[in-house]
Design a protein around this ligand. Structure first.
Ligand code: GDP
Length: 197
């Protein structure tokens, strides 16, 4: 998919106020600092699209970007830095779970994982939550440039093996680097494919 246009539309914290157009949308989420803004900019070939919404005060919002006038890219707040809590419900802010549970237009979520790190409880919990709600998602491993090719393979395999302890099937997964522009075609190709269905 070629990105012809990418524009910021709106930020808000209430799912009911999200854009009403019946366009397919794809939501990006992950722990703070996982590389989400950089990934969104890399995918859309824009230097600071995500930063538009990343300025202070806007980071805790649902941010909609209209891409090629035919789908929405949604930048969701980072999770996992809130106070540790015992229940998933409290770990993930209510407006995020409202978004996932109510947004009819959502085709798929992308859960971002820093490829250098071992599986973290908060990420696993979040994927578990999506699974329970039957919300389709893929995993995007970020910052692949930080590892050598062999280590990338090993880390992805370890992560997938870990998931297979709890999941019968692996979600689709992508290896990306925003600094080296790796994975753009694969992620956009996946969006184009599922967008047409
Ligand atoms: P966010 O908080 O998830 O939006 O993360 P940012 O996109 O702001 O990135 C967090 C930090 O990781 C910044 O210092 C980025 O420069 C760095 N970073 C993000 N993506 C990459 C990447 O692909 N490779 C490397 N080496 N660093 C990255």
């Amino acid at each position: 998919m070629k990105i012809k246009s990418a524009e910021f539309v709106v930020s808000n914290s209430v799912v009911e106020k999200c854009p009403q157009q019946p366009l397919p949308e794809y939501a990006f989420i992950g722990r703070s600092n996982v590389g989400k803004s950089s990934l969104i900019n890399m995918l859309t070939d824009r230097k600071s699209l995500a930063k538009t919404s990343g300025r202070p005060g806007k980071t805790q919002l649902i941010n909609h970007f209209l891409i090629n006038d035919n789908w929405f890219l949604v930048d969701l707040p980072g999770y996992g830095y809130a106070r540790v809590s015992k229940s998933t419900k409290k770990t993930f802010q209510k407006f995020i779970t409202n978004y996932f549970e109510q947004r009819q237009q959502l085709v798929s979520a992308f859960v971002l994982i820093d490829i250098r790190h071992k599986p973290q409880p908060v990420d696993l919990e979040f994927m578990q939550y999506l699974g329970e709600k039957e919300i389709p998602f893929s995993i995007i491993f970020t910052k692949a440039d930080k590892l050598k090719p062999k280590a990338i393979e090993r880390h992805v395999e370890e992560y997938c093996n870990h998931l297979l302890r709890f999941w019968e099937e692996l979600p689709p997964h992508f290896v990306t680097s925003s600094s080296k522009k790796i994975g753009q075609d694969e992620v956009l190709g996946f969006i184009a494919e599922t967008n047409e269905e």
